[in-house]
Design a binder for this molecule. Sequence first.
Ligand code: NI
Length: 170
Amino acid sequence: MIYSIVKYGQPVLEQKSESVSEFDTPELQKLVDDMFESMYAARGVGLAAPQIGIGKQVAVIDVTSGEDPAQKIVLINPEIVEQEGSQTSEEGCLSLPTFREPVRRPRKVTVRASNAKGAKFEITGEDLLARALLHETDHLNGTLYINYISPLKRDLIRRKIRKLQKAGEW
Ligand code: NI
């Protein structure tokens, strides 16, 4: 099932999601499958459950956009355990369509999470994968990338969105 993506302005995007306590259930597997399907349909490389209106700590990532199924990552209750270096590049978010801004992030990161079966694992990513791991983990804590840009740029984006909302285009 393809969900529509919740856009900036909905409170669920700025709230901390609830941790998952029940694993290896058909419901959780279905949620994960639907999230991959919704992410590919929206041409994203990552999607967090709040972005489909579900306040649970579940996120999916595929920086190959479906090219390599082995690169599919499921993060449940993720925690950043290590980060180093820095990188700056343009970042976007399916919940803020059309906007992109340069965002400074650590260059390398290690995340500890569970998979849908409940098995704990650690994953280390660099560059784009590090950015995706951080961006999606942020979503589950109610943080959006625009929190990291200058207040001036953030206000500009908010104003543009308000205009789009008034025009019924958001
Ligand atoms: Ni996002």
